[in-house]
Ligand binder design. Structure first.
Ligand SMILES: *[C@@H]1O[C@H](CO)[C@@H](O)[C@H](O)[C@H]1NC(C)=O
Ligand SMILES: *[C@@H]1O[C@H](CO)[C@@H](O)[C@H](O)[C@H]1NC(C)=O
Ligand SMILES: *[C@@H]1O[C@H](CO)[C@@H](O)[C@H](O)[C@H]1NC(C)=O
Ligand SMILES: *[C@@H]1O[C@H](CO)[C@@H](O)[C@H](O)[C@H]1NC(C)=O
Length: 192
């Protein structure tokens, strides 16, 4: 809640007579007050997958993916966050900000970074509410961080009698959780 400009709501004109602008996004009723209030995101379907495949004893084909859904509870909007990496050994080191994908026409802009070694997930999101006065939409930006630990399944395969053209070995790691976790931003700003 640091740097939260909470006085803006009181300064906004309350007249409801203003016609809807062409750019009206019709955010749901309560969007602004929920965003100013005890706002939290919901993180769901978090999954991490690492694959280490040796096609020959000397040739490795690897990739890592991470993905989750992020729901903005003020907007009732879910964005899909996924990333793909070839950076061995853990693929995700928290040094790259990836974009999440929102539905067409969405007012949101969402980025995340993830570190597999520490489990740290960082989220930045910007969204707009126009439910209080469509002529004066309010744009919120919030920052969140959480260290996630999830159970993992490891699967290995070693070809006992490798011949050229066959797969030599596979190491496959899948981690994730079907549960939904709340994430309260550590910082939020609002601009009207
Ligand atoms: C949420 O995640 C699931 C599986 O990861 C995906 O199929 C679905 O499209 C996502 N939903 C949204 C709204 O992005
Ligand atoms: C995210 O989107 C921005 C703006 O479209 C783009 O400049 C940036 O390269 C994207 N980041 C990644 C990791 O793709
Ligand atoms: C979030 O924004 C801050 C400040 O602009 C930036 O330092 C950080 O890299 C961003 N993180 C993500 C995940 O986009
Ligand atoms: C999360 O992990 C990072 C990196 O290891 C650490 O610096 C930070 O203190 C941790 N945060 C929490 C809330 O445990």
């Amino acid at each position: 809640m640091r740097n939260f400009i909470g006085t803006l709501a009181a300064a906004l004109p309350l007249a409801a007579a203003a016609p809807y602008g062409l750019n009206s996004r019709d955010s749901p009723a309560g969007c602004s007050s929920k965003s100013f209030g005890d706002f939290a995101w919901a993180i769901s379907n978090f999954n991490y997958h690492a694959s280490y495949v040796f096609s020959t004893p000397a040739h490795q084909i690897d990739s890592g993916t991470v993905g989750f859904n992020l729901t903005n509870t003020a907007l009732s909007e879910t964005v899909a966050c996924t990333a793909y990496s070839l950076q061995l050994q853990d693929y995700f080191y928290g040094n790259i900000n990836y974009n999440c994908t929102a539905a067409e026409g969405s007012s949101t802009s969402t980025t995340f970074s993830y570190s597999r070694p520490s489990g740290q997930l960082n989220i930045n999101q910007t969204w707009t509410c126009d439910d209080e006065d469509p002529q004066y939409p309010i744009t919120f930006t919030a920052y969140g961080t959480v260290n996630l630990t999830f159970p993992c399944d490891t699967w290995t395969y070693q070809n006992p009698d490798w011949q050229p053209g066959q797969t030599y070995s596979i190491l496959d790691i899948t981690c994730g959780s079907p549960f939904t976790l709340p994430l309260v931003p550590y910082e939020k700003t609002a601009i009207a």
